[in-house]
Write a protein that binds this ligand. Structure first.
Ligand SMILES: Cc1ncc(C[n+]2csc(CCOP(=O)(O)OP(=O)(O)O)c2C)c(N)n1
Length: 322
């Protein structure tokens, strides 16, 4: 695979941006500055970036409760994201949504989602819309191994196959659903084999290797744009942190071995090693990228902290329930 050096550097920068955003979000949560919940995506950055680097801005994605990485990879503004996490009126949802409800339709990001498996039918619907528009657009659905046990997974893959919809189902298999290991929660060892039930391709790739993610997604996107229908991609990855940040820092319920295995598989360190070995990134450029991202995130946190809280009289604005 030949890729432009600029694109590889951009992918690296995005991975570092995701890691740094979530590291700062975790810190600010534990400092008491972020209400609600934060599900850190740390360790899974290669999946969001490898997948979204294949997409056009008008392609659609749906995300999960662990959605910051997907949102950044699709091109969202980290200041507006951070302000949303802080519950401020300058945030993406004017401070009413929080971490799990960030959306930005202008970049094709249809929304994070606190309901496990809920993004699958939304992405399937977006793919139907793209098919009807006939503009070659695709939809990507990110979801976890736990979500692949939901009814929405099975009905979405079935319909997408029957109608040959341009949708790519991306399972981020980090081996755990909260405290339940995939070995106990799933009827199969690999989520990808479930594709056989729907007569669509199922592909397994290393979710630590951003270029492996990129390459397998490239073929799935090609198929989708060519009208050949959906693909199920499964990326094996690692969640480094507890399922979601908790006040008082309770212990991660996973065994020590599982907790330790995350940092032993670092997609960012691995990509940095490859880029420097191949002479595509000098140590000074590497340092510069990290510094620029740190500065950007400090700006985002300052922006969030100095943004106003929503006014009580606006509580019912933008609320669509009667
Ligand atoms: C329909 C539904 N069931 C249960 C939950 C509670 N819940 C939140 S996250 C989660 C686990 C999801 O695991 P997985 O899909 O593998 O994603 P991961 O957290 O590993 O990224 C559960 C059970 C929920 N939010 N929605």
């Amino acid at each position: 695979m030949t890729m432009e050096p600029d694109m590889l550097i951009d992918m690296y920068r995005r991975m570092v941006t995701i890691r740094t955003f979530d590291r700062r979000a975790v810190e600010e949560f534990h400092a008491g500055n972020i209400p609600g919940v934060v599900h850190a995506y740390i360790g899974e950055e290669a999946v969001a970036v490898g997948v979204c680097s294949n997409l056009r801005i008008d392609d659609k994605i749906t995300s999960t409760h662990r959605g910051h990485g997907h949102t950044i990879a699709k091109g969202a503004d980290v200041k507006l994201m951070m302000a949303e996490l802080f519950g401020r009126s300058n945030g993406y949802c004017k401070g009413k949504g929080g971490s799990m409800h960030i959306a930005d339709f202008s970049i094709g990001m249809l929304g994070a989602n606190g309901i496990v498996g809920a993004g699958l039918p939304i992405a399937t619907g977006a793919a139907l819309a793209a098919q009807m528009d006939g503009n070659g657009g695709v939809a990507v659905c990110f979801f976890g191994d736990g979500a692949s046990n939901e009814g929405t997974f099975h009905s979405s893959l079935n319909l997408a196959s029957v109608w040959k919809l341009p949708v790519i189902f991306v399972c981020e298999n980090n081996g755990w659903a909260v405290s339940v290991p995939a070995s106990q929660g799933l009827s199969v060892a690999d989520v990808a084999v479930r594709s056989a039930s729907y007569d669509i391709p199922g592909v397994i790739a290393d979710g630590i290797d951003v270029l492996a993610v990129y390459e397998s997604t490239q073929e799935a996107v090609r198929r989708a744009r060519a009208g050949e229908g959906p693909t199920l991609l499964e990326f094996k990855t690692h969640r480094w942190r507890i399922h979601s940040e908790q006040k008082g820092n309770p212990d991660d319920p996973r065994p020590q071995e599982a907790r330790d295995s995350g940092p032993q598989h670092d997609p960012i360190a691995e990509f940095a090693r490859r880029l420097t070995e191949q002479g595509l990134m000098s140590p000074s450029l590497l340092q510069q990228i990290h510094q620029e991202v740190e500065d950007l995130m400090s700006e985002a946190v300052d922006f969030a902290k100095s943004s106003p809280v929503p006014r009580p009289e606006d509580a019912l604005l933008d609320v669509f329930a009667p």
